[in-house]
Design a protein around this ligand. Structure first.
Ligand code: NDP
Ligand code: GDR
Length: 342
């Protein structure tokens, strides 16, 4: 019998890559989806015939219990979240509800369906993955950051993720649940949301190259991140749930780059000078910035055998190429529309 996986956040960047990976591994893959005719299903449209869907929302405990009970999964991957950090200052309560309390609700759904308690310390059969984040480190105490580094989150997003992280650990310690948190550093792809800095840059570069616009507005160019490819990171999520013991892992490349480096690589890829196009907009600077993040992924490498297959330059070029193809198709389409030949 094929293993069953339930993915919350399946319509997101990571959900789409994880669904592909688990299908390739022979899983029956279920996605928790919310809302009517969810417009974001486009990321997984080519997989739709291979996937199964169940309705639910991280704000609604009953829907989560019903979903877990209906699917009877072997593995639950909790990827759903409000994931754009600046939004967490505008909607701190909603962010805390979804990214913090939402984790508790999924854990409770798993616990209720399994009837987990101390008399069943192996965890009742459902393994749980929580999408923790390097944003929990925030104002870093040491570089690089590993599983022991102290958290000092700098946004309502980071604070809520820290709650999700510890409640997962607590359910592991309290109920013997097989619950793990992957502390993942930034990972990107051509499917990355348009508001995140790498994709914002690559979309702008493509449109500038095609003459569709002439400026790119950015905030802090000095921020440093450890950026990897999302397709690599979902392999680590899966591997974490295949181990004998549940424990948390840091996943990242161990390489640091600034936003300025990302800009430079992307503009170089189309032979343009970024200084002619980039404008600093102080409104895009965050109330409390995370200046520098860099992973120490040694434990994931040693215990999971995980390593990245795409480096930062390749990643940025891959994204520029994908956005050039996309923008040029849209450009051709609008020219045909204007010429009245469509
Ligand atoms: P995305 O923003 O692309 O996807 C977020 C997903 O969460 C969407 O599928 C969205 O569904 C879903 N969602 C939001 N609110 C709810 C809700 N109330 N109930 C159910 N589903 C909801 O994020 P990513 O794929 O980039 O990230 C996946 C997870 O990993 C997130 O938890 C993120 O915080 C975390 N993370 C991401 C990192 C990264 O660099 N990408 C690094 C570290 C952690 P809908 O389509 O309905 O809006
Ligand atoms: P981050 O990613 O906040 O690290 O969270 P993002 O790409 O939004 O920002 C990275 C850095 O770039 C700086 N920056 C800008 N960012 C955006 N979005 N837009 C700009 O114009 C801009 N200019 C400079 C930011 O200040 C920041 O320092 C991502 C999300 O996927 C989270 O969900 C995840 O938990 C973390 O990565 C790890």
């Amino acid at each position: 019998m094929a293993k069953r996986a339930l993915i919350t956040g399946i319509t997101g960047q990571d959900g789409s890559y994880l669904a592909e990976h688990l299908l390739a591994e022979g899983y029956q893959v279920w996605g928790l989806v919310r809302g009517q005719a969810n417009p974001r299903k486009s990321r997984i449209s080519r997989l739709v015939s291979d996937l199964h869907f169940v309705e639910g929302d991280l704000m609604d405990q009953v829907s989560l219990v019903s979903a877990v009970d209906f699917v009877q999964p072997d593995e639950v991957y909790n990827l759903a979240a409000i994931s754009f950090v600046p939004m967490s200052w505008q909607q701190p309560e909603l962010t805390t509800e979804v990214n913090g309390m939402g984790v508790l609700r999924v854990l409770e759904a798993v616990r209720m369906v399994c009837g987990l308690d101390k008399s069943r310390p192996t965890g009742g059969g459902i393994r749980f993955y929580q999408a923790s984040s390097s944003e929990m480190y925030g104002k870093v105490a040491e570089t690089p950051q590993n599983e022991q580094t102290i958290f000092h989150p700098r946004s309502p997003y980071g604070v809520a993720k820290t709650y999700g992280h510890f409640i997962t650990k607590n359910y592991r310690e309290s109920f013997g649940m097989f619950g793990v948190s992957g502390i993942l550093f930034n990972h990107e792809s051509p499917r990355r949301g348009a508001e995140f800095v790498t994709r914002k840059i690559t979309m702008a570069v493509a449109e500038i190259k095609l003459g569709m616009r002439d400026k790119l507005y950015l905030g802090n160019l000095d921020a440093v991140r450890d950026w990897g490819f999302a397709g690599d990171y979902v392999r680590a999520m899966h591997l974490m749930l295949q181990q004998e013991t549940a424990t948390d892992y840091v996943v990242g490349t161990g390489q640091m780059h600034s936003v300025r480096d990302a800009v430079q690589i992307a503009f170089d890829a189309v032979d343009l000078n970024w200084r002619d196009y980039v404008v600093i907009d102080p409104a895009l600077v965050r109330p409390a910035e995370v200046e520098t993040l860099c992973a120490d992924p040694e434990k994931a490498r040693a215990e999971l055998g995980w390593k990245q297959s795409v480096d930062f330059e390749e990643l940025m070029r891959m994204m520029v190429e994908a956005d050039l193809r996309k923008a040029s198709n849209e450009h051709k389409y609008s020219e045909l529309m204007l010429a009245g030949s469509w």
